[in-house]
Structures are given as C-alpha cells and as structure tokens.
Design a protein around this ligand. Structure first.
Ligand code: ATP
Ligand code: MG
Length: 613
C-alpha cells in the first residue's frame, strides 16, 4: 500500500530533509493512514533541534509551542503542524511529568517513549515506514499493546491506562493481555493525573464503538475515576422493564446513543442516582422514584470534578433531569416544551429517551415507534414556526407600563403568565387580545406575593379549637401533579367542609425562600379527576385536617396530619416579611420551620420528619 501525505506535510518534511535533518509524519496520523482513515491532524518528528526547526522555517509563521519539550507549531498553508524533536523521556518520579526531556537523533529512541505500538510508527513522503515495535501487525490484528514493559509505562504516566481504553474503544480493538493486566494493577496511579487529562480521554473513550465492551472489561478503572458509578455495578433493578443491572443498562444506553460527547456523557450519568433511591413494592417490583433528581445531583459533582465546561454541564444535567419526561408530554404540551427548552434540546432529549429505551427490556421497545412519532411531530412543528417564547409575545414590558403598572419584577412574571396563556391556547397572541385578557384576569396576575411563616406547634387541643369563634374546619387531600418545569409546583386539592366538597388547582412558582407566586383556581370535579391523570407517582397524597382560625388581624391555619400525634403545623400569611402577628395562649410553639424544607407540603408528600421531642 502506498501512503500519501498531504502536500503541506510532505513539503515541511522535505524542507527539513533539505537541511540534512530526518523528519517523518508520526503517531496517530501514520496509524490512521495505515487503517485507511483520514487523520485528525498530522504531527512531524525530526532529528532537528528546536532552534534548528525555527531556522529551517525562518520567514514562515511559527509558534514556539513548547520549546523545552522540543515542539514548534508551523502555521502552514494546509493548517497547523506540530513539529517535535525526537525525544527520550527521562524518569517520571512524580508519575505526571518527565523529570527531564532529552533530545535524540534517532526515531527509534523517540518511538520507545510512545504509548502503544500502533501509535509508535512513522512514515516518510517517499513511502518509507518505520515500525520498530510491530505496530503494523498489531493494527492488522486490532490490538492495543504498550511499547515496552506495560507496568513501567503506566507507572511513568497513568493517563496511558485511559488512553489504552480510549484507543481500544475508538478503534474497536482488543487490549493485549499483559497490557490489560498492567492497567488493572496500576489503576491507582490515576490519582496523580489531572482532571482535565482524564476528562479528555474519558470523553473520547465514551464516543468509541467499543465503549460497552471496554467499559465492561475495565469497570474497575471506570469505578476508580467515577466512584459514583460503583453502586450501579451489579445493582439488580428487579424490574420487568429491565434486563440488566444499572451499570450494564447504563453502558448499553451509552452505546445506543449517537457518538456525541454531550449525549454519551448524559447516558453515562443518567441513572447514577438509581441505587440511592431504590424501593421495592409489595409485589417485589423495584422502583426508583426521584432518581432523575438524585442523578442530576451526583452528575453535577462528576462534571464539576472533571472540569467540564459550563455549557456541556448545563445541557447534560438538563437532559438527565428530563430523561424520564413522560413521552405523552411531547404530544400534549409540545409548544410549551418548545418555548421552554428550545428545539435543539428537545431533539437531544428524544435521542436520550430513544437510547434509554433501547437499553431496556426489548418487550417494551414499542416505545421506539412513539419516539419516532414524537420526533416527526416536533420536526413538522419546527418547519412551521419557531418556538414560542416571551420574545414572541405581541406585548412587551412597555405595553404593561403604559397601562400604569409600576416597574417591578412582576412585569416579567406577567409576561411569563401571558406566554403560558398563549401556549395553552387560552388567548390569541394579539396585542388587543392579550391586554384585554390581562385586564379581565387581573385577579390572576395581581395576586400579591405569598409570604408565609410556618411554625411547628405542639398538638393542639382540638376541642378547644373547635370551640373558637369563626373557626372553619376543612379536611384536605392534596395531590401533586407531574410538571416538567422544576420551578413550578403544581397540585390539586380536594377540600371537604361539612357536606360540601370543593376542588382547587394551584400552580406555585417559587421566587425566594419566603415568597412564592401562586395561582389558584377552583375547578370542577371533572377537571379535578382529569388533572389527577397527571399525578406525580413519586409523591403520596398529603392528608390533613385544617383549622382556619381568625385571630387578631390574621387567619391562622393549623394543620393536623395523621402521621403526627404530638405536633402540628401552623401557617400564617403576612403582608410583608416584617409584619408581626400574635398567637392565642393555648397554642405552644416548638420552633419556626419557615425555612425548613422538610416541612413543605411538597416534601411531606415524600417523607414525614420524625416527631420532635
Ligand atoms: P488522535 O487521533 O486523538 O489525535 P493520536 O494518536 O494522534 O490520536 P495524540 O494524543 O494526538 O494521539 O498524541 C500523538 C502521539 O503522541 C500519539 O500517537 C503517541 O505516539 C504519543 N503520545 C501522546 N500521549 C502520550 C502519552 N501520554 N504517553 C506516550 N505517548 C504519547
Ligand atoms: Mg493527534
């Protein structure tokens, strides 16, 4: 086989040769040319010393990239070329950096310091191939083999352990036995390697064809750099939706998604929280309620530690958070989803869901068809019009100020409400219609910010409460609905007072620890039942008996939960964060739990804190 180098590479080599220096194209480009693949880039190795390289290319644009390591970058007409003097690396006492770099006049010496036989070859424009360590044969046999004694080579630079996994994955090669043994044995040296270098090799390895095979065979090394994944390894899901343990499912999902960094990272981390939220139901079926949130939390730590850039981390975390979004939402709430997340994100999310499903029990693979339909629908909508956002609204902040509203953050929230109203089809996106809608539904928009204080009190004397003037007693059942926007809490409430039953639908948007913006509407029984189909199955319905007790200028709401025998919760709504209120003497306060998230109803729907002493 005659290998041809691009003319800009051949020219640079010939210029060095004309001055009496050896020069070859080396490393990855030789490997790729021999495999018949187009190299990413070309590197040149030469017997010329760095100053000599600079002198050969005098008058051309060069950057002294790493003179101490012998590297000069030539900005040639065909692209940047790294030209490096033949080297002999000294020892690596710290396992990170060679103690000294010595230059050499022989490529054989230079080849010895290279990592793998398939990366240690060189070619010349005249067709000469230098291969001192059997690289060609290993290429043919598809083998990654360390140059020299593998244990020593991994001790010098443990990154090579991950590079072996990377090349085996990307090239879809096997790792030679002694090399593999040394990788397992030397893995702890990886603690000396910087997060950035680990990140790059990990990301490339993930994008390879052989990722499932290699990350299975070297799961100990994966676990060493990503200890968060260790609990997933061998974790039995006890679910008919799954054939594999969590880690194996994870790897199948990685391999099933397009080889793009963001998508592969998402699949690698999408279920990392599962072992931490596992529960078994009475039928012995496993569940992982809330695993999306737990996975996001753990993935955030992984991405931070490996110093992934913010854009990558944001997208990966958002994809993990929504990876279990019910597919129905694509059909029923597509315009809202488009407005909120944008089309590129939704396309990625569908890829993620497709890969996740492919890695599950094929008995449920019919979802692939639904996923394809969802994508077709999304693409058809994309053809028709861009996603609808606040910017698309036919009114803006100025129009609202013109109505005499004071400038405040509420303007922004009104615009968001109007956007939602348009997306829900409640109003047309026309200026007149929007302003009219705003005026008609003023009550909805001008809801004062809800400021509440919440106190834990000793279980009150209910007979005494019932005897108070003006007290009203409600039995309330509160059920949370699944909503894809994490800033929103959506719930329905059934409220019984004597013989009468009322139903409510509430959407709460949290603004700060003390303030939330709340929209509450009374609904019909039919609407209530319809909304229940969207119930968040990870949360229990919260039941409570509420005493609404007028006292002083306020109404105190005292909630008794069946889970507690000795304590109850008292809530009072205030006009400002500073407003004072008083309590009747027969109530005794245990402590203020306003800022204690565990006592929010939404938290109680998951777990009741133990009673306090
Ligand atoms: P890619 O296609 O990703 O560029 P590559 O083989 O060119 O693959 P690089 O990281 O660009 O990989 O390294 C270029 C060459 O330098 C390698 O082919 C190898 O010969 C040598 N090399 C790189 N890193 C190491 C290392 N840590 N230890 C030993 N040799 C290395
Ligand atoms: Mg390269």
């Amino acid at each position: 086989m005659r290998l041809t180098l691009p003319s800009y590479v051949a020219n640079a080599i010939e210029k060095l040769n004309a001055r009496g220096f050896e020069a070859y194209a080396v490393g990855g480009c030789t490997r790729d040319l021999l495999r018949g693949e187009a190299p990413n880039d070309y590197d040149i190795a030469t017997s010329a010393l760095p100053e000599e390289i600079l002198s050969v290319f005098e008058g051309e644009r060069t950057i002294p990239t790493g003179l101490a390591h012998g590297t000069v970058t030539l900005l040639s007409e065909g692209g940047p070329l790294e030209i490096t003097t033949y080297r002999i690396d000294g020892g690596y006492t710290d396992g990170r950096h060679p103690d000294a770099v010595a230059f050499s006049s022989s490529f054989r010496e230079d080849a010895k310091r290279r990592d793998f036989t398939v990366n240690a070859m060189a070619i010349h424009p005249d067709g000469t191939l230098l291969d001192y360590f059997g690289g060609q044969e290993d290429l043919e046999r598809k083998i990654i083999r360390a140059v020299g004694d593998p244990a020593l080579r991994f001790e010098e630079d443990a990154l090579r352990i991950l590079r072996a996994m990377r090349f085996a994955s990307v090239l879809d090669f096997e790792i030679e036995e002694k090399t593999a043994e040394a990788m397992h044995a030397e893995q702890e040296r990886l603690r000396l390697v910087s997060a950035e270098r680990i990140r790059e090799e990990l990301a490339k390895a993930l994008c390879g064809k052989g990722v499932l095979r290699i990350f299975t065979a070297f799961s100990d090394i994966v676990g060493f750099i990503l200890p968060e994944l260790v609990p997933s390894m061998g974790f039995d899901q006890k679910s008919r939706y799954h054939l594999f343990d969590v880690y194996t499912h994870t790897l199948h999902a990685v391999a099933a998604v397009k080889p793009e960094r963001v998508l592969r990272l998402t699949m690698l981390l999408h279920d990392v929280g599962k072992p931490f939220v596992f529960s078994l139901d009475e039928k012995g079926e496993g569940h992982f309620y809330g695993h999306g949130d737990k996975s996001v939390e753990m993935a955030a730590e992984v991405l931070r530690r490996l110093r992934f850039d913010n854009a990558t981390a944001d997208t990966v975390l958002r994809l993990i958070r929504y990876h279990d979004l019910p597919l129905e939402n694509f059909f029923t709430h597509l315009s809202r989803l488009r407005g909120r997340h944008g089309d590129p994100f939704l396309l990625q999310l569908l890829e993620v869901k497709r890969a996740d499903n492919l890695a599950q029990n094929p008995a449920f693979a019919t979802r692939q068809e639904r996923l394809a339909e969802a994508e077709a629908l999304l693409r058809a909508e994309m053809e028709k019009e861009p996603p609808f956002t606040v910017a698309s609204l036919a009114v803006n902040g100025k129009d609202l100020l013109a109505l005499g509203l004071p400038p405040s953050p509420q303007i922004g929230s009104i615009l968001s409400h109007l956007t939602e109203a348009v997306l829900d089809g409640r109003v047309q996106n026309e200026k007149e219609a929007l302003l009219a809608y705003f005026k008609e539904n003023n009550a909805l928009f001008s809801t004062p910010l809800e400021i509440e204080r919440k106190l834990l009190i000793a279980y009150p004397d209910t007979a005494l409460l019932e005897a108070q003037k003006g007290v009203r007693i409600f039995d309330i059942e509160q059920t949370y609905l699944y909503n894809e926007d994490e800033a929103l809490t959506e719930r329905v409430r059934l409220r019984r007072e004597g013989a009468s039953v009322a139903y409510f639908h509430t959407v709460k948007r949290r603004l700060s620890a003390l303030t939330a913006e709340e929209q509450e509407a009374q609904i019909t029984k039919e609407e209530f039942e319809a909304l229940l189909s969207r119930r968040d199955k990870t949360r229990a319905t919260v039941q409570k008996r509420r005493y609404a007790l007028p006292y002083g200028a306020h109404t105190l709401e005292i909630d008794l939960y069946p889970q507690w025998k000795r304590q109850a919760v008292l809530e009072v709504e205030l006009a400002s964060e500073k407003e004072r209120f008083s309590l009747p003497p027969y109530l005794s306060v245990l402590r203020d739990v306003t800022a204690d998230k565990r006592y929010k109803n939404v938290s109680l729907s998951r777990e009741f804190p133990d009673e306090e002493e």
